[in-house]
Design a protein. Structure first.
Length: 320
């Protein structure tokens, strides 16, 4: 492979920002105040029971309210739809897609229970192997939206025990996947007095800055950085995947698609019909079931094939 290097230049960019804070810190109001000065057309994906619309007399924006179930696939579709006709998209908040009904943690739990039902131990860490591709897909979509993006995340007080066993307060912890903030250009933490502290940023002039009730003051500084540099068009559109990982359970479809690599060799052994091949097929079924490689539908097919093969073998034996 040939590698080509060229002079690095700063290009104009679209904002990727995450705001987190406890309830009452002003996440929704701050996001709308900032968005107002980033573009004319603002869209809000609202999971907070219609809280954004309470500010409709102060800000001009379109809203899509999501209730009840928070499958990340719905968020991916919503982000793409919002970006198609708006300059700024506000997600308020991402937390519901983390631990809400149908969210990432729910999918992990469902996958761990599925493995447990197939004879494995309940292992959430291992279950993330199936759910992580969907998370990476969501991040890919966020980073490649052709508009500004502000993501609001709830935060809760984090406690820990010291060496003497005393419980101490360890600040606020965002309620979303750890490390998500590093995907963004700017991370801001809001306190209950509505002060925003810039805790992580790619904009040097904002590092460690404080903004009380952030709005135009912060947006102007971000616009200066975002609009600086050359407008570099992409030579090819960024591919944003539409299809979910095939092995990931969803609310709409929790069954696992057939895995022909595990089932077909077993069926072939039973079809061969000899005593040796049937015995080997039974061994492979036992091993595959223990490894969680066969679901209930596949086990039923294997059992039916075994019964057919055994009946045929017995019928072919003289004197039986």
């Amino acid at each position: 492979m040939a590698f080509e290097f060229k002079k690095a230049t700063k290009a104009a960019a679209k904002l990727r920002m995450v705001l987190h804070g406890p309830s009452g810190s002003g996440k929704t109001f701050s996001a709308l105040s900032i968005a107002k000065h980033l573009g004319e057309r603002v869209a809000v994906i609202d999971t907070e029971q219609g809280s954004a619309s309470k500010y409709a007399d102060l800000f001009d924006f379109d809203v899509c309210e999501i209730f009840g179930t928070y499958n990340p696939r719905h968020l991916i579709e919503g982000l793409k739809a919002a970006a198609a006709g708006h300059d700024v998209v506000v997600l308020d908040s991402a937390t519901h897609f983390w631990h809400g009904e149908g969210g990432f943690l729910s999918l992990v739990d469902k996958e761990a229970k599925r493995s447990q039902a197939n004879g494995k131990k309940y292992d959430q860490f291992g279950a993330w192997k199936s759910v992580d591709p969907l998370y990476r897909e969501l991040v890919t979509v966020m980073l490649n939206l052709p508009c500004h993006l502000i993501v609001c995340v709830r935060a809760k007080t984090e406690y820990a025990r010291d060496d003497k066993g005393k419980i101490e307060k360890h600040g606020m912890k965002p309620e979303f996947r750890e490390g998500f903030e590093y995907e963004m250009d700017i991370e801001g933490a809001l306190s209950l007095d509505h002060t925003l502290t810039i805790s992580k940023t790619r904009i040097n002039s904002l590092d460690g800055e404080l903004f009380v009730k952030p709005g135009k003051d912060l947006a102007d500084k971000m616009n200066e950085w975002l609009n600086s540099g050359t407008a570099v068009p992409r030579t090819a559109p960024v591919a944003i995947p539409d299809a979910p990982p095939a092995d990931l359970p969803t609310e709409q479809k929790v069954s696992v698609p057939d895995a022909p690599d595990a089932l077909e060799p077993i069926l072939a052994l039973f079809k061969l019909g000899t005593a040796e091949s049937i015995k080997e097929g039974v061994s492979k079924v036992t091993a595959a079931k223990k490894a969680g490689e066969l679901n209930e539908a596949q086990l039923a097919k294997a059992t039916a094939a075994y019964n057919t093969a055994k009946k045929a073998l017995v019928a072919s034996m003289p004197g039986v």
